[in-house]
Design a protein around this ligand. Sequence first.
Ligand code: NAD
Length: 295
Amino acid sequence: MLTIDLRGKRALVAGVADDGGFGFAIAKALAEAGASVCIGTWPPALGIFQTMLDRGKLDDSLTLSDGGKLAFERIYPLDAAFDEQSDIPTETRESKRYRDHGDVSIQGLANRLAADFGPACLDVVVHSLANAPEVQKPLLETSRRGYLAALGTSAFSFVSLLRRLGPLTNSGGSFLTLSYLAGERVVPGYGGGMSSAKAALESDMRTLSYEAGRKWAIRVNAISAGPMASRAANAIGRIQDSIEHYRAASPLAEAISAAEVASAAAFLSSHLASGITGTTLYVDKGYHAMGVTSV
Ligand code: NAD
């Protein structure tokens, strides 16, 4: 039988702060396949997420198909807008939601992983995070500051993650990021530089697949997912309209589920995908293939 087998592997999923997004679903799928799963959570969201976990509010979502419960091996505070602690402004570092967490930069995450598990401790890394302060503004009205913030947090963070976690990742390991069609086609409303960030992310993914492949024998891929009403997507607005449009126009006339994206992610993270790198895989019910969407 051909199965996705990640037993004995350790995964880090960056961008989990509730049970409603792709990151959570991917973490769960990786655990279903046998991996130990650590997550990285944005400090402003960490307190609420930890409280929900402690109070059992997420127990239903954490239940695995064998009846067991997903237990994250570690939950690391991570602000992917910062590469090193010295990049974090003092005001942020000393603010209520950051001051107890130490170094929340990407390098801080790498240091903690190495300290907790040793030098070759990772097999799978998933980058499932994005942020753009001006996402509701059309590109034409986006400020330079907002644009660069979108690029920094949503695209460069993947480069930085690979640079800093690549040395901790075993050969044959996999890095995966989450993209969206707006990086290559016009999606009105996906503003603030987010479309530019996804374009950069997919291009970087290809370049990184070569560089990381040659340097560490690591694979690097992206999933371009269809729309889903996560917390991040709700912040963009009009997500239900978008889901409805996709449902009406896609070859498979139904909405995408987080679990469908997650099982594709588990496949790409596994040995079954050992020949796949530098690829963007569409998990969108086929919407990307359409030319005319109203018939
Ligand atoms: P989500 O809200 O579950 O995930 C986004 C995560 O990013 C959150 O956990 C948030 O706390 C985290 N985050 C924001 N800024 C951060 C920072 N500076 N440092 C660390 N973490 C930070 O929403 P999602 O929709 O599942 O998003 C996951 C990925 O999927 C994103 O890259 C998103 O662009 C992509 N995606 C989403 C959709 C969709 O319709 N939901 C479609 C295609 C691609």
